[in-house]
Structures are given as structure tokens and as C-alpha cells.
Design a protein around this ligand. Structure first.
Ligand code: ADP
Length: 251
């Protein structure tokens, strides 16, 4: 039996008394892959911040399994100009993700370094671990920051547009890596995306994994329009509208 890790119950969020999101009722269980979709400004990033307790709910409540500690949650925010300028190597940037799992220990341990090595290999970054982060391409930088958030995540990863700005081939590789992380490490993933190909790849059923299943979709438009399986989403009014509109926009 899976257990609920994170979710919302009759929840709303806003800024300075201005409502941004309302009527949120959803949950993720251990091992889930949830894709949060919606147009720009529909409240996707606000929801991630709410789940991370960076924005308090203005109504209802955020459900957080008591077994979750700060060291269990990894977060990849949208890329900011500041992130491009880390004066550190790829290895050091990824290692810094272990910081919140160190507790009171003053130094990184052998286990921390081993976890970083393993994650770099998994994301195809092994050969560039001594490269300077700010000299990387956009795709390599995004993968390095993903590796960092993965090293920070014991149980759950929150990703805000992880593939934005990447070329289509690198994007496709990224979604496959995310599915492997989910299937092999049983890390629960909540991913914000407005990229239709990404949504379909990320939520498609994983036939190779014995315990895994298809992903779920949460569609936002200032409120919750849909929450359920990706399969049901494709047949829903909200799904047809979103998938249809975005397919239309593809080159
Ligand atoms: P999305 O991620 O779907 O593009 P956001 O959650 O970023 O949407 O934004 C939803 C709404 O909340 C927008 O109208 C945005 O202007 C507003 N908003 C986002 N962050 C803040 C903030 N820190 N202070 C005030 N308003 C904000």
C-alpha cells in the first residue's frame, strides 16, 4: 500500500491578500510522477512554493507526511540569471546539494561524495565533473542543477520547468532520466511543465518497471481543473483543450 507524501486539501494560495490559486484537492503517493500543467500565470510555481512551505496557504491545508524531513525534498527552481554564475566546478555544485542532509556534521562524508559520483554518472556528467559550472552549455548546466536537486532529495523531487531552454534531443533525454530516477530509485517526482511533448513522455506508462504505473496530471488555471491519471486526462475536457491547443502551436 502506498502512502500519501504531499498534497492539498481545500487549499488556496495568494500574495498580499490577492488570490492566485483555489480549490486544490490532490495528493501524491510514494513513487508517483505528477505533471503540473497550465498556461503561464496559472499558479504552477506558486503551488510548488506552497508545497515547499515558501508560500503559506490562505485557506485549507497542505498535507505533508510526518515522515518527510527537509533532507527528503529536492527542489529545482526555474533558471535564474544568478544560477549561471556559480564560481565552482560541476562536482562542487552537485555536492552542495547534500548540505541539508548533513545535519550537524561539519564536513561532507565519503558517502556524500560517493552519492555525487553516482548521480553524475547517471546523468551523463561523469567526464565533466571538474569543469567550471559557468562555462557549461545551457543543457549541461540544467543537468548539473538537476543532479544537485537529486542529491538533495531522499524521497521527493519538485522540478519547475526542468527542460526549459533545452534543445528537443536533450529534453527527450532528460525526461527519460527522470523516469529512470522515478522507477529505479523510487523517488516521487512533481514536475511543472507547459511542454506538451514533455508531459506526454513523462506521464507515459513505464512498461519495464514492475511496480510502476503511468503518471498523473494536475491541470491548473487559477484553480484545479483536473487531477487524475494521464490516461483519463487525455479524455477529459481540460486535457483535450490543453493538448489540442498546444499541439496546434507546435512548429
Ligand atoms: P506559473 O508558474 O503558472 O506561470 P506563477 O505561480 O508564477 O504562475 O504566478 C501566478 C500568479 O501569481 C501570477 O499572476 C504572478 O504574477 C503572481 N505571483 C507570482 N509570484 C508572486 C510574488 N512573489 N508576489 C506577488 N505575485 C506573485
Amino acid at each position: 500500500m502506498n502512502s500519501v507524501l504531499l498534497g492539498c486539501e481545500a487549499c488556496s494560495f495568494g500574495y498580499d491578500g490577492r488570490p492566485v490559486l483555489s480549490c486544490l484537492d490532490f495528493f501524491v503517493e510514494e513513487g508517483d510522477r505528477l505533471c503540473v500543467v497550465g498556461e503561464n500565470g496559472s499558479g504552477k510555481s506558486t503551488l510548488l512554493k506552497g508545497l515547499l512551505s515558501l508560500v503559506p496557504p490562505s485557506g485549507g491545508r497542505v498535507i505533508k507526511n510526518p515522515c518527510l524531513t527537509a533532507g527528503d525534498i529536492g527542489y529545482l527552481p526555474q533558471e535564474t540569471p544568478l544560477q549561471k554564475d556559480f564560481p565552482a566546478t560541476v562536482f562542487e555544485v552537485v555536492l552542495s546539494g547534500r548540505q541539508n542532509r548533513r545535519g550537524f556534521a561539519p564536513f561532507y562524508t565519503k558517502a556524500d561524495r560517493a552519492a555525487v559520483e553516482e548521480t553524475l554518472l547517471m546523468l551523463g556528467l561523469g567526464e565533466m565533473k571538474q569543469s567550471c559550472f559557468r562555462e557549461l552549455s545551457g543543457g549541461q548546466r540544467r543537468r548539473t542543477l538537476l543532479a544537485r536537486s537529486l542529491c538533495a532529495a531522499g524521497k521527493i523531487l519538485l522540478l519547475d520547468e526542468p527542460a526549459s531552454g533545452l534543445d528537443p534531443i536533450i529534453q527527450a533525454g532528460l525526461y527519460e532520466v527522470l523516469k529512470r530516477i522515478n522507477a529505479e530509485l523510487r523517488i516521487t517526482i512533481i514536475m511543472v511543465s507547459h511542454d506538451i511533448e514533455g508531459v506526454l513522455r513523462f506521464t507515459a506508462e513505464d512498461k519495464s518497471a514492475s511496480v510502476n504505473r503511468g503518471g498523473k496530471v494536475l491541470h491548473l488555471a487559477g484553480k484545479q481543473l483536473f487531477f487524475g491519471s494521464a490516461e483519463n486526462y487525455r479524455e477529459s475536457e481540460a486535457g483535450k483543450m490543453f493538448l489540442g491547443a498546444h499541439r496546434h502551436c507546435e512548429p
